[in-house]
Design a protein around this ligand. Sequence first.
Ligand SMILES: Cc1cc2nc3c(=O)[nH]c(=O)nc-3n(C[C@H](O)[C@H](O)[C@H](O)COP(=O)(O)OP(=O)(O)OC[C@H]3O[C@@H](n4cnc5c(N)ncnc54)[C@H](O)[C@@H]3O)c2cc1C
Length: 444
Amino acid sequence: MPKLNIVIVGGSLGGLCTGLALKQLGHDVTILERNPDNLLHNQGAGIVAGGDTLEFFKRYDRCSRSFAVSSQKRLYLDRDANVVHRVDMVQNMTSWDLSYYMLRANFDGVKSDYCDVPPVHPDDGKAVHLHGHKVIGLEDEGDQVNVTFEKSNGERGSIKGDVVVGADGPNSTVRSLLVRNVERTYAGYCALRGTVPEDEATDAAREAFQERFTFFHGPGIQILAYTIPGPNGAVEKGKRLLNFVYYTNFPAESLDKPDGPLKEILTDVDGMPHRITLPPGKINPAVWEKRKNIARENLPRPFADLVCATKKPFVQAITDVISPENEFMGGKVVLIGDALAGFRPHTVASTSQAAFDAMILADMLEGKISRKEWKLQTMCYARTIQKRGVDMGNRSQFGDLPLEEHIKDRDRASKPRREEVWPEWAKAGLEDIPTPSDATEPRL
Ligand SMILES: Cc1cc2nc3c(=O)[nH]c(=O)nc-3n(C[C@H](O)[C@H](O)[C@H](O)COP(=O)(O)OP(=O)(O)OC[C@H]3O[C@@H](n4cnc5c(N)ncnc54)[C@H](O)[C@@H]3O)c2cc1C
């Protein structure tokens, strides 16, 4: 396998997973991240570590530390906080910041209190992470792609890649440079999110959420909570966080024309409007006070306790986006993760998609699977799970369904990817992709 120059646009979880997998294959990797600081700002929230996320860390992580907290049971509460459904089910919960710091330690040796930096491996390719590099253009130069960027100081520059990976999230610049008319649309509701240290939570909250994955559905409401690692990734009991995601309807035609409660919740304490995410610590205290009162009126006590105890809530408007295609310029540019398909969080699959896309891209470049199989699996995954998220979210927020239906949806979302049978509509146009004669070789 020839050594390739790989350029990755976006240095969040998807870009880092891909960078790490390809560096360990011996390729030279440069990540271009637009954020002006070397480290991305942590929102401190939880991630359900699905099968592909766990497999990724098993394959590529050399930090050797615990990566997740296990949840032992899945529970559903009624309005009076009675447990109305209980299943023994082990699931692994981690935090965005622990995942990020472990990936940075592995990719480019970033030191932190989260984990040790593994020794440099002689067979690895070079790993370069450039922050303050916002990608603005791509040109097909035959064997390579020229990637143009603008630095935080306004200077422009460019870098050539044999393969360019667009891991630049749901508003992907790479995607917008290559496909027209892909819109990111507002789903009509937001997730209010936050965490509470487990030793600061009420007894009722601890009982309901410590090592439990617990849900409540009400009209126009879904809230769920689970235990995640604490500061610096601590997984010891007493040092962890209870993490919640509280979906609430905020009607509006689009995020471009927010009014009423949507405008109110997305306008920060300094009066600055935010389009999709209001970061932790920026919410207007008067607006949050209102939300706390609504939570007390509508949620079972342990959930209301958690919402009311969180010190730095943040808000994420729920959106939909999917690219019709994931390879461009004869396969030299590929999209992965949220840049390919932004899932609704109900699917608990965004990080799993990023991990899966990274692993299967590495397998394809190594010749372990054909390009046709890579395309089929990545596109079917993106299409199927994206649609599932839309259905789950709409049923939960706008339907009037018995609890059994929500449980069925959750069971479907918990199915391991390997057990998925991709529906015919998801395979449309993928099984008849012309296969190059050397089907197991990368088409570059
Ligand atoms: C700072 C941050 C915190 C997050 N916290 C959580 C969390 O707590 N819980 C959770 O479930 N999910 C969180 N997410 C989302 C989560 O990372 C993704 O849903 C998922 O892991 C897929 O990741 P991704 O790398 O494909 O996309 P994203 O995580 O969206 O990352 C895209 C990256 O590309 C960069 N980028 C965008 N445009 C350009 C450009 N033109 N040039 C260069 N770089 C560009 C962005 O700055 C960003 O770092 C967070 C994302 C970010 C960026």
